[in-house]
Design a binder for this molecule. Structure first.
Ligand SMILES: C[S@@+](CC[C@H](N)C(=O)[O-])C[C@H]1O[C@@H](n2cnc3c(N)ncnc32)[C@H](O)[C@@H]1O
Length: 261
């Protein structure tokens, strides 16, 4: 299917139907505007697509909730589930005027940056990858938001701090399934951003058992998961005393995240 799509895009370029080509590219890239791209640039984009490079990595950025988030090989391209998680969390932080917010495993910084643009709270964002933090800091500065970025393993950098809200999109792919991921994910995702251990739940286990020490009483935890992990995640959450407040369901009806209190 992908091959025939690429063929169709190439045919549009060869026939000079660049307006249709730009519209097709916009649809395939979260409505990024390609209208001013010159033919040579479109040709380079099609070459990249033909080599299975996702469009955001070809052009170096994506749009998340309307904000430009630069990407490189050190961070994941935030997917629609992450965007939905951000929307669910931001609705909450705006409604309840949350003032202390943690984005755990920040990657590109997209979650923290959108939340910082939507509320007046203090935002802390952490990651174990120095390289990811470098791009997250760049994105924060380009989007003109102040975020306290901290480096380290899960809650280690925020010992002694307490938050109203914790949002997290940790790695959650089973180690043994990484080779089975589509090439365009496997080749462009840093391993530290996707590898969730043998059952994919290494980070969920640690976060669900540890997060209460970093949340004020009544605080909320927003967490993303894979679509076959919801039962296990909810079970782990219940064991650590969390109640499910909301579920994040995708268009196929699968649960891709939770709000726990
Ligand atoms: C799924 S990605 C997060 C993507 C992010 N939401 C975004 O929009 O770019 C997971 C992130 O967790 C980080 N990570 C992996 N192990 C970690 C650990 N032990 N402590 C903190 N962060 C970790 C990775 O470096 C990666 O940036």
């Amino acid at each position: 299917m992908r091959d025939s799509w690429i063929k169709k895009l190439r045919a549009l370029l060869e026939k000079g139907e660049t307006e249709d080509l730009k519209s097709a590219l916009a649809l395939a890239s979260f409505h990024i505007d390609h209208s001013t791209r010159k033919e040579a640039e479109l040709r380079l984009m099609l070459d990249g697509i033909g080599r299975n490079i996702p469009i955001p990595y070809i052009i170096g950025y994506t749009l998340v909730c309307g904000l430009k988030i630069s990407l490189n090989k050190d961070v994941l391209n935030p997917g629609p589930e992450t965007v939905a998680l951000i929307e669910m969390a931001s609705e909450y932080v705006v409604k309840y005027h949350s003032s202390q917010i943690l984005d755990l495993c920040t990657g590109s910084g997209a979650v923290a940056i959108v939340l910082a643009r939507k509320c007046n709270g203090n935002i802390v964002a952490t990651d174990i990858s120095e390289k990811a933090l470098a791009i997250a800091k760049f994105n924060a500065s380009e989007n003109k938001v102040a975020i306290n970025f901290m480096h380290g393993d899960l809650f280690e950098p925020v010992r002694g701090m307490v938050f109203d809200v914790i949002v997290t999109n940790p790695p959650y792919v089973k180690s043994g399934a990484i080779n089975l991921l589509p090439g365009f994910v496997r080749d462009f995702a840093p391993l530290t951003a996707i590898d969730g251990g043998d059952d994919g739940l290494f980070f969920h286990r640690a976060i669900l058992s540890g997060a209460k020490d970093f949340l004020r009483p009544g605080g909320s935890l927003f967490v993303e998961c894979e679509d076959d992990q919801d039962k296990d995640v909810e079970e782990l959450a219940a064991k650590s005393g969390w109640d499910t407040r909301r579920r994040l369901t995708n268009r196929h009806g699968n649960t891709r995240g939770f709000m726990f209190t």
